[in-house]
Design a protein around this ligand. Structure first.
Ligand SMILES: *Cc1c(COP(=O)(O)O)cnc(C)c1O
Length: 383
């Protein structure tokens, strides 16, 4: 994997401020002052690009953004206070009332809620499609402004052939945007597949330690400039310098962590499929679609009616009950619990997801310890 080496080269360049430090300094300041009236005026008139104010520009944040642009093979990046800030600020920069969005089904539930509760009341139309529809029915994109994608999707992890969808989108002049949190740039580089804008909840694999909430968007300079001009300054959901420092730390080990998540996930997929109580495992592997090169540690397992899901969840020792994912600790999120939070507008109900489904986040603990935990919990919760 050249991934690690590429990032290491850039990491060294980004840190090379002559001070000899090998981590980026945390520039904890709200504003940047100027040496003279003239320098100040030049900056305000756009004749220099010195930092003015941390809501729009900060060196620690810029170091992280440069690394993310490199990791996703994009021209530029912009950090945000959360994955949802990245999603909402990007959508609001590119859609207006009367526009149509084509959205893949089973997106992250709060992305779905943002579309339904925020964009729809402002007059944006949103249509949801299964991956095979987006791949095989290009006419669906006729008249659409933006295609909002996840591959694989949340909840049931359906992969999408990005090459096919972006080819249709280009023909219809549709802007494409993808949430790449699941695969991380280590296992999927959507810009290389023709997607216009890629974003992450950096709270997940990029942070990698369940200690940060953050987001990031990577795209062409032109698209990033539009976000920097409109929604970054005017909605103001900026990434903080300390969070950016933590994310840069996370990027150092991203490739190694993803390899470990993949090893554990592969072991789980094979063994889960062989259990009599398991109806289906939702976990796309390498080459499930072109451009997907690995299997991350987030998957869903559908049990049959013999498994008492609450008893199974309570019997687990390593897997903790909780939302989010992508850190060291393994987690379980039963579908029924997810439904309880989100209620009737949830896409799982709309699209008929089984209540016997559980989402597992396979962490970085010993794979055999995790597997022993699952089998012993199943032994006490199967009727
Ligand atoms: C968690 C998550 C988000 C939202 O990110 P936050 O950092 O929690 O705001 C978006 N997309 C996916 C796929 C996620 O799992």
């Amino acid at each position: 994997m050249t991934e690690g080496a590429d990032l290491a080269t850039l990491m060294a360049a980004v840190m090379d401020d002559g001070s000899g430090t090998i981590t980026p300094p945390i520039v904890q300041t709200s504003l940047f002052s100027f040496d003279s009236y003239e320098a100040f005026e030049d900056r305000m008139a756009g004749r220099s690009d010195a930092a003015i104010y941390t809501r729009v520009q900060n060196p620690t944040v810029a170091a992280f953004e440069a690394l993310m642009a490199k990791a996703e093979q994009g021209e530029a990046a912009v950090g945000f206070a959360s994955g949802m800030a990245a999603i909402s600020s990007t959508l609001l920069a590119f859609v207006k009332p009367g526009d149509r969005i084509a959205c893949v089904e089973h997106v992250y539930p709060d992305s779905y809620r943002f579309m339904e509760r925020m964009l729809r009341p402002f007059g944006v139309e949103i249509y949801y499609y299964a991956p095979h529809q987006l791949e095989e029915e290009p006419e669906l994109l006729n008249g659409v402004r933006l295609a909002y994608l996840e591959s694989p999707s949340s909840v049931v992890f359906q992969p999408l052939n990005l090459k096919k969808v972006t080819a249709h989108a280009k023909r219809h002049g549709v802007l494409t945007m993808i949430d790449n949190s699941w695969a991380s740039p280590v296992f999927q580089k959507p810009l290389a597949q023709g997607v216009d804008i890629v974003l992450h909840s950096a709270s997940k694999y990029i942070s990698g330690h369940s200690d940060t909430v953050a987001g990031v968007v990577v795209a062409s300079q032109q698209h990033i400039d539009r976000i920097r001009d409109l929604t970054l300054p005017l909605l103001g959901a900026k990434l903080a310098p300390f969070e950016a420092f933590l994310l840069t730390r996370g990027l150092r080990t991203l490739a190694v962590r993803m390899r470990q998540h993949q090893a554990t996930a592969t072991l789980f997929v094979d063994r889960l499929a062989a259990l009599p109580q398991v109806r289906r495992v939702h976990s796309p592997g390498p080459n499930a679609v072109p451009g997907l090169t690995g299997r991350s540690g987030l998957m869903a397992v559908e049990f049959d009616d013999s498994v008492d899901i609450p008893a199974f969840s309570n019997a687990l020792r390593h897997f903790r009950l909780g939302v989010s994912w992508g850190g060291f600790e393994s987690l379980i999120l039963p579908a029924r619990v997810g439904l309880a939070q989100i209620g009737e507008e949830n896409s799982m109900q709309r699209f008929g997801v089984s209540p016997n489904l559980v989402r597992l986040n396979l962490g970085l603990e010993e794979a055999e310890d995790l597997w022993a935990d699952v089998t012993s919990a199943l032994a006490t919760s199967t009727v």
